[in-house]
Every structure is written in C-alpha cells, then in structure tokens.
Design a protein around this ligand. Structure first.
Ligand code: ADP
Ligand code: MG
Ligand code: MG
Length: 546
C-alpha cells in the first residue's frame, strides 16, 4: 500500500464512521458539546421584537416550515376545538404514504372517526360533497382520496386557528426558533471529511454540522477561479435555485457561506455515488440496469423534474452523472449550474446549454424552448440505463460534437431486444424530435407521463412519500467515490485580484442557513425535541417566565 492509498483508507474510515453517527443513539454522543451549547433558545425578552417581523403567512409558517408546522400541530392538540382537525391532518399524511394494501382499512377507520356526524371527532368543517365523495369512494384505495378534504381542512384552520396560534405560547416558541435560525452560521459550524468529487470550480467534501451531527456535502467554489472563468452568474443561479426548491428528489441547500478563498454550498449529502458510476463501474462485465431498476430511478427523476418545472425552472443538464444516490438508494437531482428560471410572463428561453449527446433538437437548432428539453434528456438517460450506451453515441466512441448533434437531429434511435415494448414506447415518446409531440409536462404536471404502461408497477403516492423500497441499497461501509488521488488536483490561479465589487457579490451569496432544511436538521437530529421543553400544562414554557 502506498501513501496515497493509505491516505484514502484513513480518510474513508473517518468519513464512514461519522456517517454512521447520524442514525441511532450515537448521534448525540458524537456532537461537539461546545457547539451544541451554542444552539440555545433566547429568552423571550430578547426576541420579542421579532414577533412582527417573522414570516407569519399561514402556508409558510404552519404548513411548509417543519418547526412551524410541529408547533402549530401542538397548538391544535392543546385546543379542544381543533383537536379533530389536527388529528385528521396527521392521519391524511399517514394515509398518503402507507402501503396500497393497507389503504382501505386505514381509510375505513378515518371515515368512522372524522366523516360520521355521530362521531365525537366529526369534522363539521368539511363540505358535505367532499364528505360524501370520501365515504363513497374509500374502497377504491385511491392515493389522492383525501386531497379535497386536506385543502378544506387547511383553509378552515387558516380561518379559525391562525389567530389563536399567534396569541399562544406555541407562537412565542416559533419566534424563539426563528431567532436562533437567524444567527450567523459559517465554516466554524462544520467539520470536514474526505473529498467526494471534483467540480468545475472546486472540490466537494463530506462534512458534518458539529452541533447536531448531521452530515452534508460542501461544494466549494474558489473565488479566484470563479472570477477568472466568469462563473459568478452560474454560482448565484445554482444557489438561488437550490435554496428555492424543496423536494425529496432534488438535493437541497442548507447553508451558503464564504471562507477567505471560497464560496461554499452545503447540501444534502448523497453517499451512494452517481448513476453513471453504478451503471459502468460496479460490475464492468455487466453494465447498465435491469428494467425494474431503471424504472424506479426514472420515476424518481420524473418527480424531481416535475417539481423544478412547477417552479418554472428548466434543468438542462439531466444525465446519469448528475443523479445521485443516498444511503437508502433513493435518487436526487444535483448540479443546478446550467439551470434557468423562467421569469414571470416569459414562457420560453433560448441558449445553448447542456451536455453533448443529451441536448434536444429544438435547443440544437437555436430555437426558443421550454421544459420540453428536459424530457428529451430524460429519454436519453433512460435509454442509457437500459442499453449501457447512449442512443446517439457509443461509449468511448471518438466522435465530434457536430456529428452527435447531426444524429440527434436526423437519425432514428435503434432498440435492441433488451428493451421491452413498454420501455421502447416510453423512450420513443420522450425522445420525439418534435417537442410538441413529446411526452412531458402538460397542465402543470406529469400525469400523462406517469400513466404510461412502463410505470404500471409504480405506486406514485408511495414513491412521492419516499416509502417505496429502492431496488438497490448502497453498502453503508462502502465509499462510492474515487480514491483521493483519483479525484485530481486543481492548478493554482494566478493574476486575479479581488475588489469591492467581488466582495459585494460574495457577501450577497453568503446568506447563511436556509430555513426549511435547517429546521429539518434540528428535528431529524433530535435537537428540536431537546429544546422544545414546556412548563407545567397550561403554563408558559419554563424559559419564558422569570
Ligand atoms: P460541477 O457543477 O462543478 O460539475 P457538481 O455539482 O457536479 O459540480 O459536483 C462535482 C462532483 O462532486 C459530483 O460529480 C459528485 O461526485 C460530487 N458531489 C456533488 N454533489 C454531491 C452531493 N450532494 N453529495 C455527494 N457528492 C456530491
Ligand atoms: Mg457536475
Ligand atoms: Mg455544475
């Protein structure tokens, strides 16, 4: 073993053991006690001024923010008039992610509990029509059975419970957490582990939030390299998009800060490696995936892409390399550096962006385009998962980009017998050269695509709730990244001076933590529970008086 190998072994073992610490009882013991002590709720006197400035919009505070929602649910539980709505809410969430086989039984219980006027938990705020539909329909085990009820419940709570919540001690607790959330977070809060990969402007490292023990990936962008290569625009777009989207199918941004020489994006860590690695490097003699496995990943990718499109974002760089696996084997989209957001009122964009062999005909022809380009790249990606080669380029083939583009524009795709009929059909639908005829995003969702026969075995409700077991689970002891030497070093950047304009840009970029992922970290690691202590029933929380 040479020194390089030894370095990798040592770095891997530190990283694997820190990774193990996020689950189970070891989490608390591996935290940095000094940093954990800095996560402390302020006295109410010290944050009272924020009562009028924190985000109190109902959807944001009580539905979307995990800590806000928890506290709101605790409030509902404490108020006799709202307990039924609170419990219905939790039951609807359970129903949405439960196994299909358990749905009817669960729905039956809910019907008896909330939908019968004789029941003491009867939800009289639900409209008669919605009640009747659930009662008539629950035996069909539809995933969206309670959708209408949920909408009515949320509307009802906004009207009837929001004001009470804002007068309650639960709201004061929310303000305390918002104060803590607004404190500055920077590199001091993280420990760094081994490098995971190399990007265009810097390396990506595994890291751990010292105070909670949660693992993240830190994508570093070197300031001087960014400036020299004109990377500011891409960096800010990537940051803005990652901070804006919250989906279990897209990596989320939890923190953005700067060090002396780098900008840092701290995101969901994806320990399982990328799809390209799994297709070609795991079993070299047998590249590619079975159709079942490819179908599962494609379904998750569709959920990610659908979420982006619902937020008016065109991804433009979908390919196996940018789809990463987590510990459980679920996948998320990463690398939003080429993405573009359509501004309000504008429905098309233009510009040459993407990876050769994946770019859609309309983009290559320099026409204006929209979300359609991402379904073309999806077709290319699915094809490659099955065929273990691209539809327009053989792996390792030395071919000019212009020739690849010519093939995309003119040549039909050929399918070997490993493609089932359903799989071939969906690939053809996705790689249709005419964007108008291509499968994709219609009426603000991907329903048409999800209904294709290729997905007949996918329970979309389960999948969307993260409850469908993945076809492959990464080995928790393995490191799905190149050896440290193999990652490759950067050359040093010379002759770049940074001025006030640059500093302003860096300060703008370094906005600190992102509320939803930060709150998730507090909850997942148990820190929220440790801090959310109350006084005797009916009294103010113990840290609010005195
Ligand atoms: P660039 O935009 O510069 O190409 P990427 O975002 O693709 O950078 O990151 C570079 C590499 O770092 C990826 O190919 C992957 O190996 C690794 N990487 C990126 N993000 C993560 C993550 N969230 N978790 C684990 N590894 C990651
Ligand atoms: Mg990349
Ligand atoms: Mg990028």
């Amino acid at each position: 073993m040479d020194l390089g190998d030894l370095e990798t072994v040592v770095a891997n073992s530190a990283y694997v053991s820190a990774r193990g610490s996020i689950d189970g009882a070891t989490a608390a013991s591996l935290r940095d006690k000094k940093m954990r002590a800095r996560l402390k709720l302020p006295h109410i006197r010290d944050c009272e001024h924020m009562k009028t400035s924190v985000d109190t919009a109902f959807d944001s505070m009580c539905v979307n923010q995990p800590i806000g929602k928890r506290l709101f649910l605790q409030f509902l539980e404490s108020e006799a008039t709202h307990t039924n709505a609170g419990e219905l809410w939790k039951d609807i969430e359970d129903y949405t992610v439960c196994q299909e086989a358990d749905r009817v039984q669960k729905a039956q219980k809910m019907v008896n509990k909330y939908y019968k006027s004789a029941s003491k938990m009867f939800c009289s705020f639900l409209e008669e029509k919605a009640v009747a539909r659930v009662v008539e329909d629950f035996k069909n085990a539809r995933g969206d059975l309670f959708k209408e009820s949920e909408q009515q419940m949320i509307k009802h709570l906004e009207k009837m419970a929001l004001a009470g919540f804002k007068d309650s001690m639960y709201f004061l607790r929310y303000v305390q957490f918002k104060w803590l959330e607004s404190q500055p977070f920077d590199e001091d809060w993280f420990n760094e582990f081994r490098v995971l990969g190399k990007g265009g402007f810097g390396e990506v490292f595994a890291c751990q939030a010292k105070a909670t023990g949660k693992m993240y990936a830190n994508k570093k962008l070197e300031k001087k390299r960014l400036k020299k290569r004109g990377g500011y625009q891409g960096a800010i777009v990537e940051k803005r998009i990652l901070a804006k989207v919250h989906s279990r199918f897209i990596v989320s941004l939890a923190y953005a800060f700067q060090t002396k020489s780098e900008l840092c994006l701290v995101m969901t860590i994806m320990n399982g490696g990328d799809l390209r690695f799994h297709m070609y490097d795991m079993d070299e003699k047998n590249p590619g995936f079975t159709e079942t496995r490819a179908c599962f990943y494609t379904a998750q990718i569709i959920c990610g892409v659908e979420h982006l499109h619902q937020h008016r974002i065109i991804y433009r760089d979908l390919k196996p390399e940018n789809v990463l696996l987590d510990d459980a084997g679920h996948v998320r989209l990463s690398d939003m550096g080429l993405a573009v957001e359509l501004p309000p009122g504008k429905d098309k964009t233009s510009g040459y962006a993407g990876t050769p062999g994946f770019m859609a005909p309309e983009l290559l022809q320099k026409k204006e385009y929209d979300y359609t380009v991402d379904y073309f790249t999806l077709g290319v990606t699915l094809y490659e998962m099955i065929a273990a080669k691209g539809p327009f380029r053989v792996r390792g083939e030395k071919v000019e980009n212009t020739e690849v583009a010519r093939r995309i524009l003119n040549d039909p795709v050929s399918y070997t017998p490993v493609f089932s009929k359903d799989c071939k059909d969906i690939c053809e639908g996705l790689m249709h050269k005419d964007p108008e005829k291509r499968l994709g995003f219609k009426n603000n969702d991907c329903e048409e695509l999800k209904k294709q026969p290729f997905f007949k075995d996918i329970n979309w409700g389960c999948l969307e709730g993260g409850m469908l077991p993945p076809p492959f689970v990464p080995d928790p002891k393995a490191v799905y990244a190149k050896d440290i030497d193999g990652v490759g070093a950067f050359s040093s950047i010379k002759g770049v001076a940074l001025d006030k304009e640059d500093t302003d840009f860096y300060n703008d970029f370094s906005s600190g933590n992102v509320p939803i992922p930060w709150q998730e970290e507090m909850i997942e690691t148990g820190v929220f529970g440790e801090m959310n202590i109350w006084g005797e029933k009916g009294k103010l929380p113990n840290d609010l008086d005195a």
